[in-house]
Write a protein that binds this ligand. Structure first.
Ligand code: A2R
Length: 319
C-alpha cells in the first residue's frame, strides 16, 4: 500500500533515496478515482513542489496524511490554512538554493541590460555580416537596484549584484538592520531605481503587487526582473507596458500560467525569458532534493521536521 504520494517530478537520486524508506506512488501515473478508493487510507506522506502544489480536493480525500514535504522554498501551491486546520505540518527547502537563484538573477540582470538574447540569436543566424550589429544597449554598471523581498535569497542577490550597483534599495513589509535603503512604498522605490528585482514569495499577500503603476514608475529606461513568482506581476499589464515602451525591459524566470508563456510576451524583443530555472543546477537541485527527503525521513523516524514552513510550525511545538 502506498505510504508516500508524489505529485512533482523528482530526480533519480531522490527516487533512489525514497525507495529505501517509503512505498511510493506518483500521482501522474495513477487513475485518480479508483486509486483514491483503493489507497486513500494508507497515504501518510506527500511530496510536491511550489508550482505543482497539492490539489485541495485530493488532500481532502486522503484522511490520514501526516506531513507534506515541499521541494523548493516557495510553497504557494500548498494551502497552508487547510494543512494547519487538519494538523498537517508542511516543510520546504530554504537556504540551500539562495546562491544559485542569485547566480541566475545576476545573469538575467546582465543579459537584460546588454540585450544578450537578441545578440546571441543574431550570432547564430549566420547573417551577422549582412545585418550588421544591433543598436547599442545601455550598460548595467552603476545602477540603482531595488529589491522587492530582501529575505534569504534577496540578500544573496544584493551581495552578488553589488559590483553593478551604485545603490541598493529594498521594499518589504518591515525595515531590517541591513546596509541598504528601506522604502516602505513600492511605487516610490520603483521610481527611485533603474532595475527592480522581485524575489518575494507568491500567494495572496503579493498577488499582482507589481502592477501598471509600479511598471510606469520603473519607466521606459528601467528594467524589471522577476525571479520570485509569476503571480506577483500583472502579466497583461507587463506585456502592454513592454509593447508600448512605457517599461524598458523585463527579465523573467517565472510566469503566471507556467509552463505557458503568452505568445505576445515571447515575441517581445525587450523581454529576456527563462523557463523557471533559477535554482536549476545539478548541485543545487541535489541539495534541495536531499532536504525534501530528509524532512520526510525526520517525520517518519522522529515525528519532527528539519525545515518547517512558518504557517504550520506551531504544530511541531514540543516535539
Ligand atoms: O515583508 P517582510 O519584511 O517580511 O519581507 C519578506 C518579503 N515579503 C514581502 N514583501 C512585500 N510584501 C509582501 N506581502 C511580502 N511577503 C513577504 O519577502 C522577506 O524579505 C521576503 C521573503 O524572504 P524569505 O522568507 O527569506 O524567502 P526566500 O527564501 O528568500 O524565498 C523567497 C521566494 C520564495 O518564496 C519563492 O517564491 C522564490 O523566492 O523562490
Amino acid at each position: 500500500m502506498t505510504e508516500l504520494l508524489i505529485f512533482n517530478k523528482i530526480t533519480p537520486q531522490m527516487r533512489a533515496r525514497l525507495e529505501g524508506d517509503f512505498a511510493a506512488s506518483d500521482w501522474a501515473d495513477v487513475d485518480p478515482d479508483p486509486w483514491i478508493d483503493a489507497h486513500c487510507e494508507s497515504v501518510r506522506f506527500i511530496l510536491t513542489d511550489g508550482p505543482t502544489g497539492v490539489p485541495n480536493e485530493v488532500l481532502e480525500s486522503l484522511p490520514n496524511v501526516e506531513v507534506i514535504s515541499n521541494l523548493g522554498v516557495g510553497y504557494d501551491g500548498v494551502d497552508t490554512h487547510i494543512a494547519l486546520a487538519r494538523g498537517i505540518p508542511v516543510s520546504h527547502t530554504p537556504g540551500v538554493l539562495d546562491q544559485e537563484v542569485a547566480n541566475t538573477t545576476v545573469m538575467l540582470y546582465l543579459a537584460c541590460w546588454r540585450n544578450f538574447e537578441a545578440e546571441m540569436a543574431l550570432a547564430r543566424t549566420g547573417r551577422w555580416g549582412d545585418h550588421g550589429n544591433l543598436p547599442l544597449p545601455h550598460s548595467p554598471d552603476g545602477r540603482v537596484i531595488g529589491i522587492l523581498g530582501l529575505g534569504r535569497i534577496g540578500k544573496a542577490i544584493a551581495a552578488k549584484l553589488t559590483p553593478w550597483a551604485r545603490k541598493i534599495l529594498y521594499h518589504g513589509r518591515s525595515k531590517q538592520d541591513v546596509p541598504y535603503a528601506y522604502h516602505p512604498d513600492l511605487v516610490e522605490m520603483a521610481a527611485a531605481c533603474d532595475a527592480l528585482i522581485n524575489i518575494s514569495p507568491g500567494g495572496t499577500g503579493t498577488y499582482r503587487l507589481i502592477n501598471r503603476e509600479v511598471m510606469d514608475a520603473i519607466g521606459p529606461s528601467g528594467v524589471l526582473i522577476n525571479v520570485g513568482r509569476g503571480s506577483t506581476v500583472d502579466e497583461s499589464a507587463l506585456i502592454e507596458a513592454l509593447e508600448a515602451g512605457t517599461l524598458g525591459k523585463a527579465g523573467l524566470d517565472v510566469f503566471e500560467n507556467e509552463p505557458d508563456i503568452p505568445e505576445r510576451l515571447r515575441r517581445l524583443p525587450n523581454a529576456t525569458l527563462l523557463p523557471h530555472v533559477a535554482s536549476a543546477s545539478i548541485e543545487t537541485r541535489a541539495a534541495m532534493g536531499d532536504l525534501a527527503v530528509d524532512n520526510l525521513i525526520a517525520w517518519k523516524e522522529r515525528r519532527t521536521l528539519i525545515t518547517p514552513v512558518p504557517e504550520t510550525a506551531s504544530l511541531l511545538c514540543g516535539r
